[in-house]
Design a protein around this ligand. Structure first.
Ligand code: C2E
Ligand code: CA
Ligand code: CA
Length: 727
């Protein structure tokens, strides 16, 4: 894992570095200054420039209108008036002393009109008595003359009339003058024209300069930023950011620097999120969530890698160890998943810490772990690894919620390349060895051997033979009587399956013991049709016992495998069998083992209740060997506890087993259940059971399981006295 994320991040940083170089190159290659086309095509520049242009124009127009134009015209009119005034002053006859007569000679006036802009004159005495007028009539004459500064301008601007006071003329006359001001009009028009041209030139200049300035300081950075943002939006995880040539301390340069920082942060975030997601996916795909150890997939990958490893031209030997916790399912079901999970975590941790770094410790399934590690001079055999594994599990109990759980494990080991060169094969062989270890009573190590393969092959052969056996009537039932210890009467019989397999021997065949073929039948599901055959045959026999031989109250006990509970509708079948064989429901008993409670306990209770409702009896077989859910026992609708024969066998020489047997009797009675003991071989066994007030017994002391006819003979010939079995 560590190496995986490392490789991702190093690849990522290499990519980023590469891109940095690429973008640097492109920055240097393409000049950054925006092209004229970009500047003149920029809408924002145009808008700003247009506003500036209009503003300048407006201001200039206002200035022209309100200030300069009026001033210019007034200046020209003033000059016209002054020219008129000095000409008139010069033309006044200074020798004239008659102040009520005109001071001008006609000739002089004529000269004035010809040489100056003066078009008409009206002469008044200093006290405003009209003396005489010359030339064109003067408009001012028609208005009142209380204001001497009054002037007149014709609407077309061609005529300008002013009053020259005696103070202006330094003579004792007041003269109204009509002046030709048409040139002033033209000059004003020229002035306006010129000003407008200058204004336009100025505006054009300002616009150009402004556009360039905007292009340089505004547009260029904006375009740069836009290019960066566009690149970032196209490849957010891996944006091609150019190095900013803009000063980060100014406003736009600062904005660019921030934008770039954000882009980079975003990219970092995305790649962070992605690599975290990739890590997570990798974790989920290759690691077990409960223990954090590699899962089966990663384990197989590691195996495949290891098988391909060749050091110095030599293959590296390595061990594959698989282990399965003994009776883990029982713990899990009786103590709850929390406890089970805690134990699994503990086992995982213990295994991991006890193994060297070079080992891969993985959780393969529920309670199955596997380890592979290279063999070295230190640990040079797979068996050593297996031993270390089994010892580290055994070494001390696991502590969960202040309770101690002694966990044991079965271990299978195989070695590469000795036991296989294919990763699947080598693991399969370790599993075969593991199964062997489990079969041989668990809590042990088995090394893979080619013989195991043969054993597997034999199992397949047995399965084929067993199918044939079912079809060709090789299966029979033997019956073993069950006796009431108080009355001595035969109260029932257990039906036990026998397989007589024909061969070429003298005997014509041999009996295959149930412990060999029942597990094969269970594993393959063949136990379902076999079990149905057993039940039907047993019921038919029991019906015959009562009808034909008059055996009253002899019950038939049929063994039912857990597989029949999970893989078939056992209730429907029992109902059908009762109906078809005509057996009284109370004459049929099913023997189930505690293992059936390890599946779905609620479902099992449901099924048992349904069966019990049919009126049949239920017994728990081999009681005391499983992890009894004593707390559930009260809820089970059962009638009988069957003490496992191992306790009876050892009751007389092992106080623990005797104590267990006694406890089971008491427990059964306290729950109002009958208790039957099996494996009763001797009188001493019987005495012990009688002392403990056990209700019923079954065993070789009374009879071995035997064919139907023998069983009938036995019951018919039995005098009902236990003492008759004494030797
Ligand atoms: P089980 O149900 O515990 O059956 C009792 C076993 O103890 C029988 O072995 C029986 O022959 C043996 N036995 C009875 N009395 C004594 C005794 O005094 N001493 C000793 N040493 N053994 C005694 P068997 O017939 O070999 O059956 C073995 C197991 O096979 C049974 O154990 C049962 O679990 C299974 N089995 C047998 N028949 C059937 C069947 O029809 N269906 C299923 N599902 N399982 C069956
Ligand atoms: Ca049984
Ligand atoms: Ca039994």
């Amino acid at each position: 894992m560590r190496s995986f994320s490392k490789s991702i991040s190093s690849e990522l940083s290499a990519r980023v570095e590469k891109n940095k170089q690429k973008t640097k190159a492109s920055v240097l290659g393409n000049s950054l200054t925006s092209s004229p086309a970009q500047i003149w095509g920029s809408r924002i520049s145009w808008r700003i420039t247009l506003v500036v242009f209009m503003t300048i124009l407006l201001v200039q127009t206002l200035i022209l209108n309100f200030a300069t134009m009026g001033q210019f015209e007034n200046q020209r009119l003033y000059e016209l008036r002054e020219a008129g005034r000095s000409a008139i002053a010069a033309a006044i006859d200074t020798e004239n002393t008659n102040l009520s007569a005109s001071p001008f000679s006609d000739a002089k006036v004529q000269r004035l009109f010809e040489t100056t802009k003066i078009k008409g004159l009206v002469v008044y005495s200093w006290d405003m008595n009209f003396i005489r007028n010359y030339g064109e009539s003067v408009q001012l004459m028609n208005s009142s003359l209380d204001d001497m500064s009054k002037t007149y301008r014709s609407t077309d601007g061609r005529i300008y009339e002013v009053i020259l006071k005696n103070s202006d003329l330094k003579r004792a006359y007041i003269i109204m003058t009509r002046l030709d001001s048409s040139h002033v009009q033209n000059e004003v028009a020229d002035y306006i024209k010129q000003t407008i041209i200058i204004m336009l030139l100025m505006s054009a200049f300002v616009t150009t300069v402004l556009m360039m300035a905007l292009g340089r300081w505004l547009l260029e950075p904006i375009l740069f930023m836009r290019a960066n943002l566009m690149a970032a939006s196209e490849h957010p995880e891996n944006p091609k950011i150019m190095e900013s040539p803009f000063n980060p301390t100014d406003e736009i340069g600062g904005a660019i620097a921030i934008a770039q920082k954000l882009i980079q942060q975003n990219a970092d975030n995305i790649s962070h999120i992605r690599s975290a997601a990739e890590d997570k996916i990798h974790k989920l795909a290759y690691y077990d969530t409960l223990t954090g150890l590699p899962n089966r997939t990663l384990f197989l990958q590691t195996l495949a890698e290891n098988t391909n490893k060749v050091g110095d031209g030599k293959v590296e030997r390595f061990a594959v160890v698989t282990l399965d916790l003994d009776h883990f399912k029982d713990v899990n079901d009786s103590m709850g998943h929390n406890v089970g999970d805690a134990i699994l975590r503990g086992v995982g941790k213990r295994l991991r810490t006890s193994m060297p770094e070079s080992a891969t410790v993985s959780r393969m399934s529920e309670d199955e772990f596997a380890i592979t590690m290279p063999l070295s001079t230190d640990i040079n055999s797979a068996r050593d690894v297996g031993e270390r594994v089994i010892n580290v599990i055994r070494s001390e109990p696991f502590r969960v919620f202040n309770e101690q759980f002694q966990v044991r494990a079965s271990v299978g080991v195989s070695t590469f390349p000795d036991d296989g060169i294919d990763p699947d094969q080598i693991l399969k062989n370790a599993d075969i060895a593991l199964n062997r270890a489990k079969e041989e009573g668990r809590d042990t190590i088995k090394e893979y051997s080619e013989d195991f393969d043969r054993a597997v092959q034999q199992r397949f052969q047995m399965l084929r033979d067993l199918r044939d056996a079912l079809e060709s009537d090789q299966l029979t039932l033997h019956y073993q009587p069950q006796l009431d210890l108080k009355s001595g009467k035969v109260i029932g019989a257990e039906a036990l399956l026998r397989w007589f397999k024909p061969d070429n021997s003298k005997e014509g065949g041999s009996y295959i013991p149930p412990f060999e073929f029942i597990p094969v039948a269970e594993q393959s599901g063949l136990i379902v049709p076999i079990g149905e055959w057993v039940m039907r045959t047993a019921c038919e026999a029991a019906v015959e016992w009562e009808k034909t031989h008059g055996f009253k109250g002899v019950r038939i006990a049929v063994n039912v495998s857990g597989v029949q509970f999970t893989q078939s509708d056992i209730c429907a079948f029992v109902k059908k069998t009762i109906k078809e064989t005509g057996i009284k429901a109370s004459r049929l008993e099913l023997e189930v083992t505690e293992s059936i409670f390890m599946e779905d306990i609620d479902q099992t209770i449901e099924t048992l209740k349904e069966l019990h409702a049919l009126g049949i009896e239920l017994a728990i077989d081999d009681f005391g060997t499983g992890y009894s859910s004593l707390s559930y026992l009260r809820q089970f609708p059962i009638d009988r506890l069957k003490i496992d024969q191992s306790f009876i066998r050892n009751a007389l020489n092992n106080p623990d087993d005797a104590a267990i047997a006694k406890t089971i009797v008491r427990l059964g009675h306290s729950l109002n259940l009958k208790v039957i003991a099996e494996g009763v071989e001797t009188k001493d066994h019987e005495t012990f059971l009688l002392e403990e007030e056990c209700d019923e017994a079954q065993g070789y002391r009374y009879a071995r399981p035997c064919p139907n006819e023998e069983f009938i003979e036995f019951v018919a010939g039995y005098n009902g006295k236990l003492a008759s079995f004494d030797k």
